[in-house]
Design a protein around this ligand. Structure first.
Ligand SMILES: Cc1cc2nc3c(=O)[nH]c(=O)nc-3n(C[C@H](O)[C@H](O)[C@H](O)COP(=O)(O)OP(=O)(O)OC[C@H]3O[C@@H](n4cnc5c(N)ncnc54)[C@H](O)[C@@H]3O)c2cc1C
Length: 436
């Protein structure tokens, strides 16, 4: 074991674990948990550090996920696939593609580990397919007492129900089983729109598409809207963008030029409104079709900090309008677009979409920018609207704020008492959001 620092993707959170290990088997995970329990210390398995919060920050022992990768079982009858918990989502997507299979939906990157993404309730967008945790059919975890527990519809159903969004607080996940479907092709339509036109047609777009993602450029009327509609094309019949077009839009405009504009905006905040007008028009209308996972996921090379709240779908657009009013009444100069997504209600107790259709509103600043005035200025109104913060994105809520937002919060705490009675998996973030 070596001693080394842990740092998250945005650079906002750091920790200095006293021990680091990379277990390659369930037995090695059990050994690490038992040692920590006997010593009265803590152990934390991290993913790829893509959470903006300190949810993965280790206090004592850090377990890295790299030794626990790969698909272990494919059940074509049940249409499920099991993979080891440290598998990056992008590796699962490629393995599924080779098998002619696909996840139903996912977020906008695929760098995260399967365990990391599900543990914080990572979601995509669209009115029909819920987040990654709701796509779980089973899981295996090592509890805080070193017991190996399997949970599925057949055994430990209560554990499966709660541990799908487990915040890293219930155990160390060693494998995850996802419901899958045959590989499918979506047609992507990306277009600039005005604020009024996009909001007026939002419900219609969500009803007509599998996946709708909207970006509003603050201080302007400009929106970019991405709609992805499922097709009945067979894999192989899709018409993806040419390499040049993909490089132009996804690398040059969305990353290189956008990154440069953010740097100019950071140095000269007064220029931000003008820069946003240019950025809002820079992405041109385009249509193409491709395998779902290639369309849903885009490269994100400009580092940032993010806060995201899920608010009830029926008040969501009004909350967005109110956020715009507050931004325009402030002296903040916001260089990053506000992202608007949706997800259907699910039944995972600590999912941000638990029990209600949601609209997700996400706010970003460049990674080197102080986010506190902007995020802190919007948080009261998001919370007032019944908002639930993404567990992996910046927020200031504590257990007393979160308990009333989730009607199964106490069930989660009870499961934690059962699976981790000695708090072997605790860290400062969990003490804040769970209270004990
Ligand atoms: C550029 C970018 C884009 C993003 N896009 C989206 C998006 O589209 N939608 C969305 O909802 N979120 C998105 N996120 C947030 C991201 O999906 C989540 O924060 C996710 O948790 C990160 O996964 P990770 O593997 O990096 O896990 P980490 O952040 O390293 O860890 C997250 C949690 O998982 C726990 N964990 C990891 N492995 C295990 C294990 N084996 N057993 C138990 N617990 C474990 C950790 O302890 C921690 O509690 C994005 C983040 C970034 C930086």
């Amino acid at each position: 074991m070596t001693s080394t620092r842990w740092r998250n993707w945005s650079g906002l959170e750091e920790a200095a674990p006293s021990e680091v290990a990379t277990p390659a088997s369930v037995e090695a995970v059990v050994g690490a948990v038992r040692r920590a329990r006997e010593a009265g210390t803590t152990v934390k398995m991290a993913g790829t550090g893509h959470s903006f919060t300190a949810i993965a920050a280790p206090e004592h022992t850090l377990l890295r996920p790299d030794g626990m990768r790969g698909v272990v079982e494919v059940d074509r009858e049940a249409m499920t696939v099991t993979a080891r918990a440290g598998t990056p989502l992008k590796d699962l997507n490629l393995a599924l593609e080779r098998l002619g299979l696909s996840l139903h939906n996912m977020g906008d990157i695929a760098e995260q580990t399967l365990a990391g993404a599900t543990s914080t309730g990572t979601h995509g967008t669209g009115g029909t397919a819920a987040g990654l945790s709701a796509q779980l059919a089973g899981l295996e975890l090592v509890t805080g007492t070193g017991e190996v527990l399997r949970a599925s519809a057949e055994e430990n159903v209560d554990v499966l129900e709660v541990a799908r969004v487990g915040l890293g607080a219930l155990g160390i996940l060693t494998s995850l089983t996802f419901h899958v479907e045959p590989l499918f092709v979506v047609e992507a339509h990306e277009q600039p729109m005005t604020w009024d036109a996009a909001l007026a047609s939002y419900d219609e777009m969500v009803a007509a598409a599998h996946h709708v993602d909207m970006y509003w450029f603050p201080h302007t009327d400009a929106m970019v809207v991405k709609q992805n509609v499922r097709t009945d094309l067979d894999p192989g019949e899709q018409d993806p963008p040419s390499r040049l077009a993909a490089w132009w839009e996804d690398e040059l405009v969305s990353n290189t030029v956008f990154g440069a504009l953010c740097r100019v905006g950071s140095r000269s905040p007064g220029l931000v409104p003008r820069i946003n007008r240019v950025a809002g028009r820079a992405l041109s209308e385009r249509r193409y079709s491709d395998l779902a996972h290639r369309v849903f996921v885009s490269p994100r090379r400009v580092r940032f900090r993010e806060m995201e709240y899920a608010v009830p779908r029926e008040v969501g657009l009004d909350v967005l309008r109110e956020c715009r009013r507050v931004i325009e009444a402030s002296d903040w100069r916001v260089a990053f677009p506000v992202e608007v997504r949706t997800a259907p209600a699910d039944d995972v107790p600590l999912s941000t979409s638990h029990g209600r259709d949601s609209l997700y509103l996400a706010f970003h600043v460049p990674a080197d920018t102080d986010h506190r005035a902007y995020f802190g200025g919007l948080e009261p109104l998001l919370r007032e609207a019944g908002g639930r913060p993404h567990w992996g994105k910046v927020h200031t809520c504590a257990a007393a704020d979160l308990a009333p937002a989730y009607d199964r919060f106490d069930d989660f705490l009870a499961m934690r008492d059962r699976l981790d009675p000695d708090r072997v998996f605790a860290n400062p973030y969990l003490r804040r959001v769970l209270g004990v």
